[in-house]
Design a protein around this ligand. Structure first.
Ligand code: FMN
Length: 201
C-alpha cells in the first residue's frame, strides 16, 4: 500500500520548532507572530502539494504535547491558526495528538478533537492514550474519523484482530525495551500475536 506523505509537524521536530513560540525566537518573517511561526509549515505544505495532490498529503500536529521539551503558552492560538490555514487545502487528513497520554505540557486545557473538528471539516485522526472504547466513542460522536494507535500497536501486532474479537491486549512494553534492539528485532517486531501467544502456553 502506498501511504500519502505525512508532513510531520509534531513532537518537537523541525516544523514544530518553527510553529511553537517555545522554540521559535526568530525575528525574521518566520518568527514573532502566530502567522509568521506558521509560515514554514505553510511553505512546506505548499511545496509538497505541488508534487503530490493535496488529497495525498497528511499533516501531523501535537498542540498538547511535551515530547522533545515542547509546550508553548500560546498553544491554542497558534494551533487554531495553523489548523484554520490547513482546513481549506483539501488534505488527505489532519493527524493530531490530542490525547495527553504521551505527555502534556499542562499550560491550560488540552485542545480536544471536538474543538478541532469545529475548525477542520476534513478527515481528522486522533491519537495518544486511546483504547478501543475511547476510540470508538470519539468516532461515534463524530469528533474524529480515525484514531491512531502507537504503543498498543507495538506490543499487539494483531491489534485490529484483537479489537475485532475482543481478545485481551498484551501490555504496553517497558519503554526501555522499545529501542533496545539496535539492529536486533527484539522489543520492536518480535511481539507475538494473540494466537501465537496462546498457542505457546
Ligand atoms: C516505539 C515508538 C516509536 C515512536 N516514534 C515516534 C517518532 O519517531 N515520531 C513521533 O512523532 N512519534 C513517535 N512515537 C509516538 C507515536 O506516534 C504516538 O503518537 C504515541 O505512541 C501516542 O500514541 P499511543 O498512546 O497510542 O501510544 C513513537 C511511539 C512508539 C511506541
Amino acid at each position: 500500500m502506498l501511504l500519502p506523505p505525512e508532513e510531520h509537524a509534531a513532537n518537537g521536530y523541525l516544523i514544530d520548532q518553527f510553529l511553537q513560540s517555545r522554540t521559535n525566537h526568530r525575528t525574521d518573517k518566520y518568527g514573532g507572530s502566530v502567522e509568521n511561526r506558521y509560515r514554514f509549515l505553510g511553505e512546506v505544505v505548499a511545496a509538497v502539494t505541488e508534487v503530490w495532490r493535496p488529497s495525498q498529503v497528511g499533516v501531523r500536529l501535537s498542540p498538547n504535547g511535551v515530547f522533545n521539551d515542547m509546550g508553548s503558552p500560546d498553544y491554542r492560538e497558534q494551533f487554531s491558526y495553523a489548523i484554520k490555514q490547513l482546513a481549506p487545502i483539501g488534505l488527505a487528513y489532519l493527524h493530531v495528538l490530542d490525547g495527553v497520554g504521551f505527555g502534556f505540557h499542562d499550560l491550560g486545557e488540552p485542545m480536544t478533537l471536538a474543538e478541532i473538528r469545529g475548525i477542520f471539516s476534513g478527515v481528522l485522526i486522533g491519537n495518544s492514550g486511546y483504547d478501543q472504547a475511547s476510540a470508538e466513542t470519539a468516532i461515534s460522536r463524530g469528533d474524529a474519523d480515525l484514531i491512531a494507535f502507537g504503543r498498543s500497536c507495538l506490543s499487539n501486532p494483531d491489534l485490529v484482530e484483537r479489537f475485532t474479537h475482543q481478545w485481551p491486549l498484551a501490555p504496553v512494553p517497558d519503554p526501555n525495551l522499545w529501542y533496545a534492539a539496535g539492529p536486533d528485532p527484539h522489543g520492536y517486531v518480535d511481539f507475538p500475536t494473540y494466537q501465537e501467544a496462546t498457542a505457546a502456553r
